[in-house]
Write a protein that binds this ligand. Structure first.
Ligand SMILES: C[S@@+](CC[C@H](N)C(=O)[O-])C[C@H]1O[C@@H](n2cnc3c(N)ncnc32)[C@H](O)[C@@H]1O
Length: 192
């Protein structure tokens, strides 16, 4: 039995545990491995991107998203891309206090690229980041393509989301075999 400061006794196994989300896993990896630069493919409304910039003060993040409807979009979703991009920009504004420029501000902490992942890769130098987080198009061919295009850009790890999706799992295993680990919230990690 665990005695809390309030005096209420709760069995240890009944204490609610905080649920780890993908951004907590990446924060943990960044902090334990001392990473300073990352790339996120598929930013959407910035849940992961903004969490990293807020809680990992040494980090520079590059985020790539088309922020427009496109054929490669995830099935079953009908996102408001305009709203998502405005939301990311407005929260970045609160975080960094910029006022007018778009897309090229605060280059010392982040860069947003509005485009397809299979085109935007040309804007990123090889071995210029510690990790890439792949979370854009979840179709088999697209995940393979993102792995192949972005692995050369990083030095430490290729990470992705939704390993519970059959297409994602098949792509990861066709490329890496069993050389990957699964973390909380269906995050997969291949260390280079
Ligand atoms: C699952 S959401 C990303 C969630 C985000 N990573 C997070 O952790 O909150 C997928 C995003 O990928 C973008 N996307 C899908 N396919 C893409 C592609 N081929 N190129 C660029 N962005 C793409 C979509 O616009 C969408 O915003």
């Amino acid at each position: 039995m665990w005695k809390s400061r309030t005096g209420i006794n709760t069995p240890r196994n009944k204490i609610p545990q905080p649920e780890w989300k993908r951004w907590h896993v990446i924060e943990d990896l960044i902090k334990t491995r001392g990473w300073t630069r990352g790339i996120e493919l598929g930013v959407k409304n910035g849940k992961t991107f903004l969490h990293i910039l807020k809680f990992c003060k040494e980090m520079h993040m590059t985020g790539i998203d088309l922020w427009e409807p496109h054929e490669s979009n995830l099935p079953g979703t009908n996102w408001d891309h305009k709203k998502n991009l405005l939301y990311v920009e407005s929260l970045l504004g609160q975080l960094f206090d910029f006022n007018d420029k778009r897309f090229d501000y605060n280059e010392d902490r982040y860069k947003l690229i509005k485009g397809r992942t299979d085109q935007a890769h040309t804007q990123i130098d090889n071995k210029s980041a510690n990790f890439v987080f792949i979370d854009a198009d979840h179709q088999y061919g697209a995940v393979i393509r993102d792995i192949e295009l972005y692995e050369p850009k990083v030095t430490d790890a290729v990470i992705g989301h939704d390993i519970d999706w059959p297409d994602v799992k098949k792509a990861v295993e066709d490329h890496y075999g069993d050389a990957y680990t699964v973390r909380e919230n269906d995050v997969w990690v291949h260390y280079l």
